[in-house]
Each structure stands twice: as C-alpha cells, then as structure tokens.
Design a protein around this ligand. Structure first.
Ligand SMILES: [Zn+2]
Length: 298
C-alpha cells in the first residue's frame, strides 16, 4: 500500500514535470511561429504601401477633374474642332483599320495633353457649336463607336490616368454580345466623371435607307435603354457607319437628341448642322507627328 502511494506520488510528479516541460516547449514554438507571422505582416504592409502609391496617379487626375470651371471665350470666327473617331483600342487583327493598339492610343492621348488640348464632354461640344465660344484655345472631342469591351478595359484607364474625357456610343441591342460591353461595363463608364455615353442605335442599321418608322424605333428605343440604365438624358446619336439622310437629323431632334455624329471626314462645325457633324478617323500606324498633323496641330 505504501509502495503504491510512493508510485502514485512519482507518477503525479512526473505528470507535473511533463506538463511544465510541455508548456515551456509549446510557448517557445508559439514564439517561433510568431516570427513568420511578423514577417508576413511587414510584407503585407509593404504591398499596401505600394498599391497606395499606385493609386496616386488616379488621385491626381481626379484633382484635375476638380479644376475650377474653364474660362469660355467667344471666337470672332466660326469655331471648327476635331472629333476623333476610334473603335477598338487593342492589337490590330487582320489589318482591320478599326483597331488602334493601346500603346499607340496612349501616345496619341499623351501628345494631345502635352500640346495643351482640352477634351470636351458632349455638353461642352454642344455649347461650343451653339454659342461659338470655347473653354480653351485647343479643343478636341474623343469618341468611340460600337461599345467594345476594350473601350472600357483599355481606353478608359488611359484617359482617366491622363485626366481626359471620352464619349462612347453604344449599340443597345448588342449590349453584352461577344466583344461588346455589358450593362455593368456601361455603368462603370457612367460612374467615371470623365466618361459619357451616347447612342449608336439598337441594331446598327443603315439609317440612310431605313424607313422613317424604322429609324424612329432605332433612335427612340436606344435612347430609352440608355436613359433608363444610366439615369441620364442621352443627347448624342452616332449614325451607324456614318449613314444618314436628309430626314435623319430632324427625326433625331424629335427623339430628344441634340447632336448627331457622322463619319464624314473633317472638323466639326455648326455650319454643317448639329446633326451632321464631321469626324476625324484615327487609323492605326500613326506616329506623334502624323497624328498631330491629322488634327491640324503641326
Ligand atoms: Zn458602328
């Protein structure tokens, strides 16, 4: 009995010693585990710092959008200005001139900015054309037809970084198709204060040879779609393939539009009529000099 008691005491003592050793070892290993955690934390902090640095440019471009209202100056002579026409901002596929590679587009936008060009919103373009006053000596309106995904993915970030405005013309019956933006892309564009969205009809038909009834449906339904989705009063119609006839402008005005864009080459001028504005097509393969010559700045 006495021996059993001795054994029991030894067992309890061993258990106690074991517990103390286990606590010491596990405490040490926990401290060891702390080390990699600490390292991970400092790495995380560094990543956050870097990403906040990357955020800087968009913050500074945001500041530019918050610049005080530009001073509008009346011109003695009728104002003419380039409306640039782009489609895809992406690597050229099969020699298709509707494509302009991203680096080329960025070079062109940077050249405009460096030359002191002011980019117009649709509302500002309307004011220029109806009052013959402008917000800067050099003005340009940058437009994109067809609503391709790369307009959202590639063109918008480049414009935003440079603090420049862009206008995108959407074929509302093709929203979400293949390479076209879906509603979420349109909403993202709309939420960017530098970007605007206009109509490029519902089905991209040839308006020149469509019946007035069909033209009306294209004009009214596409406007309704954009007005409802984006909570805006869509004011610009861009004619598919630039095709229109003598009645198109009047029908567009009756449908609630204020400006109509063609693909007829040249500078925009109120002398052509607000619903028959020329544009400057920008094909790929430009260098800075040829691009600036294209828009009359040499
Ligand atoms: Zn088109």
């Amino acid at each position: 009995m006495k021996k059993m008691l001795q054994v029991l005491i030894v067992v309890i003592l061993l258990a106690l010693v074991g517990a103390i050793i286990f606590k010491m070892v596990s405490g040490k290993s926990a401290r060891l585990e702390n080390r990699p955690i600490k390292v991970t934390k400092s790495v995380t902090e560094k990543v956050v710092e870097e990403s906040s640095e990357k955020v800087q440019p968009s913050t500074s471009s945001k500041d530019e959008t918050e610049k005080p209202e530009p001073k509008w100056v009346k011109s003695d002579t009728p104002i003419k200005f380039p409306i640039l026409m782009y489609h895809h901002i992406a690597d050229v596929v099969g020699g298709n001139t509707l494509f302009v590679p991203a680096d080329e587009f960025k070079m062109e936008m940077t050249a405009l900015k460096n030359a002191g060009y002011y980019t117009l919103s649709p509302e500002e373009a309307y004011r220029v054309l109806t009052t013959n006053e402008k917000p800067a000596d050099k003005i340009v309106w940058i437009t994109f037809d067809d609503g391709y995904k790369n307009a959202h993915d590639t063109a918008m970030p480049i414009l935003t970084e440079l603090g420049m405005k862009g206008s995108f013309f959407i074929i509302t019956g093709m929203v979400g198709n293949e390479d076209k933006m879906a509603d979420d892309g349109l909403l993202a564009l709309k939420s960017n204060p530098l970007m605007s969205i206009g109509s490029h009809t519902v089905n991209h038909p040839d308006l020149e040879y469509s019946s007035n009834e069909a033209v009306n449906t294209e004009l009214i339904d596409s406007k309704k779609y954009l007005d409802n989705l984006l909570h805006q009063n869509t004011s610009v119609i861009c004619y598919p393939a630039g095709r229109y006839n003598a009645q198109t402008g009047a029908l567009a005005e009756a449908a609630g539009y204020k400006l109509g864009l063609t693909t007829h080459p040249g500078f925009a001028s109120s002398a052509d009529g607000l619903f028959a504005l020329n544009r400057v097509r920008v094909a790929y393969g430009q260098n800075e000099a040829s691009f600036m010559a294209l828009i009359g700045n040499q």
